[in-house]
Design a protein around this ligand. Structure first.
Ligand SMILES: *Cc1c(COP(=O)(O)O)cnc(C)c1O
Length: 446
């Protein structure tokens, strides 16, 4: 039995129709270095999707490796109720220095979905304990994504992930999201006044009083196909939330740690959420770890004598895992000392212009949108009508398979191909990735 056959004998891979593996078996990775992954036969792949957006500073980064190794010989894990450790404390100190003002209290969990669940429960209980037991609902944006657990799916809107489970989900209020490429008001994202914000105003007028919180992916709806919208939307949302006493939850799981060109997406807007969820890049893609961060005001609504029953009785076994903290601390040190964001911003300009000159003229490339190093190439059958390809054609998937053969991991989101590379990618690696992407598109679409 080959290793691939053995894999398929036992493993049910995530987010996959397993029958697809008959044609495209799992690629067994032997090791990684920087932006490259190497399979067991020695083929190399540029990890242009940062292994599901979490690898921030390259695979097997020597500094992160060293930090985790040192931690491993000191303390691997400890119960986080009533106990603590050096790494968690220092990590919060470091994060406190870079996060938005007002966010002061850190609640640890071990994956993005869990951090979202935590934020929803926290918001609900805060409203309840401050005299607003009528605020039981949540709002979210259409086409949003916040993870795969039941609460997170309830505030998500992508049918691909949520539809079948609808009978299991909470009843949530969906605000029509900004769709800048196909703006219903005929505006463009660089100059508009977020005219689409009226959809939020309408839902708030109708449901604001019964709503505990609204959750959003700031500036970038990742799973929706890297849809990008302007910061003014966030500024307006902050104001509306204050008017209706609705908490604002920022899901910065995909956008945090420099992905959008600033440390956090909310930094572009100059306003602060009430609760922020971070994960993915937090540990550089090394360890599963997430944090839900909130304000003193929310924290204080839970702070009371035990007998009053106001505590947040939410826990995850691996909360505050020391190995995760050591990786996250190493990431913070590198971001601070090695000018990572500044350099990434230079590469971002380079990457976007390379993609534009390689692909913008192609008859099926509708838009190449970018924020930070993230670039999304939206494929359409016709540029004028902006019609997408029929999803049964799996155009993105066909291109993905071609790109794989050439050494690029271009795993698509439907009709959208995207680049979301580690922040340390260099110009030569960008050139190579763009060339492979262009060739793979040409082979499928001409
Ligand atoms: C990935 C992601 C999540 C879920 O994180 P998991 O660790 O996969 O559970 C939630 N929200 C956003 C915006 C994400 O990109």
């Amino acid at each position: 039995m080959t290793l691939e056959e053995k894999d398929l004998k036992y493993i049910w891979h995530p987010c996959s129709q397993m029958k697809d593996y008959e044609e495209l078996p799992p690629i067994i990775i032997d090791h990684g270095k920087g932006v490259y992954l190497y399979d067991k036969d020695g083929n190399e792949y540029i990890d242009i999707v940062s292994s599901w957006w979490c690898n921030l500073l390259g695979h097997c980064n020597p500094k992160i490796n060293q930090a985790v190794k040192e931690q491993l010989d000191t303390l691997e894990h400890v119960i986080f109720a009533n106990f603590s450790h050096y790494g968690a404390i220092e990590l919060c100190e470091r994060l406190y220095e870079i996060i938005l003002s007002g966010l002061t209290k850190f609640n640890f969990s071990d994956n993005g979905s869990a951090a979202v669940e935590c934020s929803l429960k926290m918001a609900f209980q805060y409203q309840y304990q401050t005299g607003h037991c009528e605020k039981t609902k949540f709002m979210c944006l259409t086409d949003g994504y916040h993870g795969e657990t039941i609460g997170a799916l309830s505030v998500g809107s992508l049918d691909l992930y949520a539809k079948i489970y609808k009978p299991m989900l909470m009843d949530t209020i969906h605000i029509e999201a900004p769709d800048c490429y196909r703006c219903p008001f005929g505006k463009c994202r660089d100059s508009c006044n977020a005219e689409c914000f009226r959809f939020a105003e309408k839902e708030f007028a109708e449901h604001g009083n019964e709503t505990a919180a609204v959750i959003i992916e700031p500036l970038l709806q990742g799973s929706a196909g890297m849809r990008i919208y302007p910061p003014i939307y966030l500024t307006k949302l902050r104001k509306l939330c204050d008017e209706y006493n609705v908490l604002l939850i920022a899901d910065e799981i995909a956008t945090g740690f420099g992905r959008t060109g600033k440390m956090f997406a909310f930094d572009h807007a100059g306003v602060s959420p009430d609760i922020m969820c971070i994960s993915k890049g937090l540990t550089g893609g090394y360890m599963p770890m997430a944090i839900t961060i909130t304000t003193d005001e929310i924290y204080n609504a839970f702070y009371d004598d035990y007998k009053n029953g106001k505590a947040f009785m939410h826990s995850h076994t691996y909360s505050g895992n020391p190995l995760g903290c050591s990786a996250a601390l190493a990431v913070q040190k590198i971001l601070r000392e090695d000018n990572i964001l500044e350099n990434a911003q230079k590469r971002a300009v380079y990457l976007h212009s390379k993609l534009n000159s390689a692909l913008l003229d192609h008859k099926n490339v509708g838009e190449i949108r970018s924020i930070g190093l993230i670039n999304a190439i939206e494929l359409v059958t016709d540029k004028d009508s902006k019609t997408g390809f029929d999803s049964d054609l799996r155009i993105g998937y066909q291109i993905y398979k071609r790109a794989l053969k050439k050494g690029l991991i271009l795993r698509p989101l439907g009709n959208v191909l995207y680049f979301n590379p580690p922040l340390i990618i260099n110009e030569a690696e960008i050139d190579k990735s763009v060339a492979i992407c262009r060739d793979a598109i040409a082979e499928i679409l001409g």
